[in-house]
Design a binder for this molecule. Structure first.
Ligand code: AMP
Length: 192
């Protein structure tokens, strides 16, 4: 049982670490970026509305993301827990997620911040852009997404720090090293 959120800038390894955590704790890994990209590929109405924001490196409007997340989060496979990656990303989303958690007895056990220096993030994202041909991993968009993270998402760190559930982890080094750091921190928590 684990209810965790991965809160980190683009390129910090949320997706990779999210997959690993989900496997270890046997809970679903839900990445709003993946859900949105899937909607773009399937040309759903959400996908069509989200696409332009994503390509520009902007956040998709809260209402669109919320409709997607609420639909996903209400399914029974999440009763045992979940690893969320990429949501909440704004204070509005964080407040709503917190209200939902309180109402359903399912607030986060831990919010994991993966800390990686900016130059390394840019380097990793440029590499990913080449390898995966992601339309938002171009140099200009990368810098913009990092600004958007600093402006809209970083304030969430204080929101969760004040609630005593922020776990700050050094995100440099190999995937295995970061994953071991996260595990060590989570092992100390009482998950109820
Ligand atoms: P990611 O794969 O997490 O980097 O997300 C890719 C893109 O999806 C972001 O740059 C945003 O445009 C959009 N996105 C993902 N999650 C959210 C969210 N919680 N709120 C707004 N936009 C989001």
């Amino acid at each position: 049982m684990l209810r965790a959120l991965l809160l980190a800038p683009p390129g910090a390894g949320k997706g990779t670490q999210g997959d690993r955590l989900a496997e270890i704790y046997e809970v679903p890994h839900i990445a709003t970026g993946d859900l949105l990209r899937e909607n773009v590929t399937r040309l759903t109405s959400i996908g069509e509305r989200a696409m332009a924001f994503m390509d520009r490196g902007e956040l998709v409007p809260d209402a669109l993301v919320l409709s997607l997340v609420l639909e996903r989060i209400s399914t029974p496979d999440l009763l045992e827990g979940f690893v969320l990656d990429g949501f909440p990303r704004t204070l509005t989303q964080a407040h709503l997620a917190h209200e939902w958690g309180v109402a359903n007895g399912r607030t986060f056990h831990a919010v994991i911040e993966i800390d990686v220096p900016r130059d390394q993030l840019v380097q990793r994202l440029v590499g990913r852009g080449k390898a995966q041909a992601r339309s938002d991993d171009t140099l200009e968009t990368i810098h913009h997404r990092l600004e958007v993270y600093a402006d809209s998402t970083e304030p969430l760190l204080d929101f969760y720090r004040q609630r005593g559930i922020l776990v700050e982890v050094d995100g440099t080094g190999s995937v295995e090293e970061v994953s071991a750091r996260i595990r060590r921190r989570l092992d100390r928590l009482e998950l109820t």
